[in-house]
Design a protein around this ligand. Structure first.
Ligand code: HEC
Ligand code: HEC
Ligand code: HEC
Ligand code: HEC
Length: 143
């Protein structure tokens, strides 16, 4: 093992670059590899309005005390909030613990534009998921 001495303080200690919340690339290091299944494939600025606006994974998939759902919140279990993507069936006990579309688009959270849908018959919003209209296509293979 050859340590890079320039990264150490004079007394041999080290300052770790700890961050308050992880950057997208930290998640993508794992999640973009099986992207076609684990959603990474669509998370590029070109195809995703949220990434283009600088949102981070943890804005929608928070963890620990940042989650409001009691299945995670306050327990400091270090679980990441998730939805219910049928592409995978891991931790179904935590389904729909994440921040959903309306949490931001009805409150303006993080500067999200309010979803007004002027003139749209309300039955659409009662019966049809936001994703049905707002995700017109989804990459299913890594490209
Ligand atoms: C070291 C690799 C690694 C890193 C880094 C990582 N994950 Fe994961 N993540 C996994 C694995 C492995 C699973 C289990 C799912 C599986 O087996 O496919 C998982 C599961 C998940 C799930 C639940 C998936 C499901 O279908 O139940 C979510 C949501 C998630 N990760 C989001 C994130 C977010 C957000 C970040 C960044 C803050 C992140 N992950 C960082 C490897 C990682
Ligand atoms: C604007 C909000 C938003 C952002 C930002 C976001 N996601 Fe998601 N993510 C979702 C939604 C919505 C689902 C699907 C949930 C469903 O189908 O019920 C999902 C699903 C997933 C899943 C499958 C497991 C599950 O939750 O059902 C993984 C893994 C995942 N996202 C990882 C990531 C990673 C990694 C990033 C950052 C590169 C990220 N997400 C950024 C909203 C987001
Ligand atoms: C964590 C908060 C958050 C969540 C959750 C979220 N969004 Fe957003 N969304 C934003 C922000 C912020 C923008 C503004 C992007 C910009 O400034 O260009 C945005 C932009 C959008 C736009 C483009 C609006 C326009 O006028 O250009 C659509 C459409 C949209 N989101 C749909 C959704 C859908 C569908 C979901 C659920 C799958 C969702 N959002 C979840 C924060 C969020
Ligand atoms: C039946 C299809 C449909 C559904 C379902 C739907 N939207 Fe929309 N949405 C649209 C259309 C079409 C527009 C463009 C409206 C315009 O340009 O006047 C739009 C516009 C938006 C905008 C931009 C702001 C605005 O009002 O112009 C946001 C944000 C948004 N939708 C979020 C959502 C969220 C969140 C949901 C789920 C609660 C949702 N949408 C469900 C079709 C839909």
């Amino acid at each position: 093992m050859a340590y890079d001495q320039t990264r150490f303080n004079a007394d041999g200690t080290i300052e770790l670059p700890l961050v308050r919340s992880p950057q997208n690339q930290a998640c993508l290091n794992c999640h973009q590899q099986p992207g076609w299944k684990k959603r990474g494939a669509n998370y590029r600025a070109r195809t995703d309005v949220h990434l283009r606006a600088g949102l981070r994974c943890v804005d929608c998939h928070p963890a620990g005390s940042a989650v409001t759902d009691p299945r995670i919140s306050g327990r400091e279990e270090h679980q990441i909030a998730k939805g219910d993507d049928p592409g995978g069936l891991v931790r179904n006990d935590l389904d729909n613990t994440m921040v959903d579309c309306n949490d931001c688009h009805q409150s303006g959270r993080l500067g999200a534009p309010l979803a007004k849908h002027r003139g749209m018959p309300p039955i659409h919003l009662e019966r049809i998921a936001c994703q049905t209209c707002h995700i017109p296509e989804r990459d299913v293979m890594p490209i």
